[in-house]
Design a protein around this ligand. Structure first.
Ligand code: SF4
Length: 337
């Protein structure tokens, strides 16, 4: 998603006839597109901005602009903690660049289909950083995809924090109810020159039978990323995820029955507040049952504004690392062997 946003920012500058440079000494403006999902990502931004500002004292001083997820903080907080930044701009202030996106790849095109999330998982900053779900009109997405096909793109990746609920906000605006994610997949699938359609990210509780049916179309990617986060019902509840471990497993079974060659990857958080060894073992057991092809395993870190921030961060860093390693060995190492 952030990569796609950076392409949009580059498009925004191109519209103004600005040119991209790899040489910081030549830049008039430097835009830092931030990620706030983990504490470590934010720490890297602090380091980058401080080092950049130090280096820039030697030559001319380009304007430093900060955008992306860290704009969830108040301007006052940002100004106090990042005094070297000249301007803070919300990512949607660059949305004009969508029409002139500078695409890094010549075959695979990222297409944002919606922005924001309504789910408020208790550890996640996205609803604060990106706001509530807003879907792009279906016609606009199809039109963009056709233009990309004309420019030679054969693969598209549809992006959103919660792609399965694409279009659910339309009913409020009186648009057709059929403009949902399953229909969007089918419409893009009809474009003859498109060879492969992927999408990110899905949520287990929104992935209904209609979507599974659409996913079985031949040009839809046979890799599905379906974050589980934990295999413990107690922890899932604390995370405000709306499924139990059994419901997740039932869903996987249903998907595999319909699409026999599908491969499934996931996201998992270890060391969430209250996760004892027993709960971790439940996650381990679920992973063994599903046999994920890959997993992004994260050690829990509290994020300001979220509900989990108020919970006791009671799993030690050593234990988090231990659990991380066990899962990484179980899922990712087997792929590297
Ligand atoms: S569904 Fe995803 S983006 Fe939305 S709150 Fe949960 S983890 Fe964050």
């Amino acid at each position: 998603m952030n990569e796609s946003d950076s392409e949009m920012v580059a498009g925004w500058y191109e519209q103004k006839n600005w040119q991209k440079t790899e040489n910081i000494g030549q830049a008039d403006e430097i835009v830092i597109n931030t990620c706030s999902v983990r504490e470590s990502a934010e720490n890297r931004v602090f380091g980058l901005v401080h080092n950049l500002a130090k280096d820039l004292t030697k030559g001319k001083h380009p304007k430093i602009i900060l955008t992306g997820c860290m704009l969830r903080y108040s301007l006052r907080w940002l100004r106090e903690n990042l005094p070297e930044v000249d301007e803070f701009k919300k990512i949607n202030e660059f949305s004009g660049g969508l029409k002139r996106k500078i695409r890094e790849s010549k075959t695979l095109a990222y297409i944002p289909i919606m922005e924001g999330c309504n789910n408020f998982c208790s550890y996640c900053v996205v609803p604060y950083a990106r706001g509530r779900e807003v879907s792009r009109p279906l016609e606009e997405i199809i039109c963009e995809t056709k233009e990309l096909v004309d420019r030679g793109y054969t693969q598209v990746m549809l992006l959103g924090q919660n792609v399965n609920s694409y279009g659910k906000d339309f009913s409020k605006k009186g648009a057709r109810k059929t403009n949902n994610f399953a229909n969007l997949l089918c419409q893009i699938h009809k474009l003859a020159k498109i060879k492969k359609i992927s999408f990110l990210t899905s949520n287990p509780w929104d992935l209904d039978e209609e979507i599974i049916e659409a996913m079985s179309l031949p040009k839809i990617d046979r890799y599905l990323h379906l974050p589980v986060q934990s295999g413990s019902d107690i922890i899932l509840k604390k995370m405000n995820r709306r499924y139990s471990a059994k419901e997740y497993l039932d869903l996987i079974k249903k998907i595999r029955e319909k699409i026999t060659d599908i491969q499934i990857g996931t996201d998992i958080i270890v060391g969430f507040p209250g996760e004892t060894n027993k709960e971790f073992k439940e996650t381990l057991a679920l992973c063994k049952k599903v046999n994920f092809i890959k997993a992004y395993v994260a050690m829990y870190s509290p994020r300001m504004q979220t509900a989990a921030y108020k919970m006791k961060n009671d799993v030690s860093p050593t234990e988090k690392r231990k659990r991380w390693k066990i899962l990484d060995n179980l899922i990712n190492k087997k792929q590297r062997r």
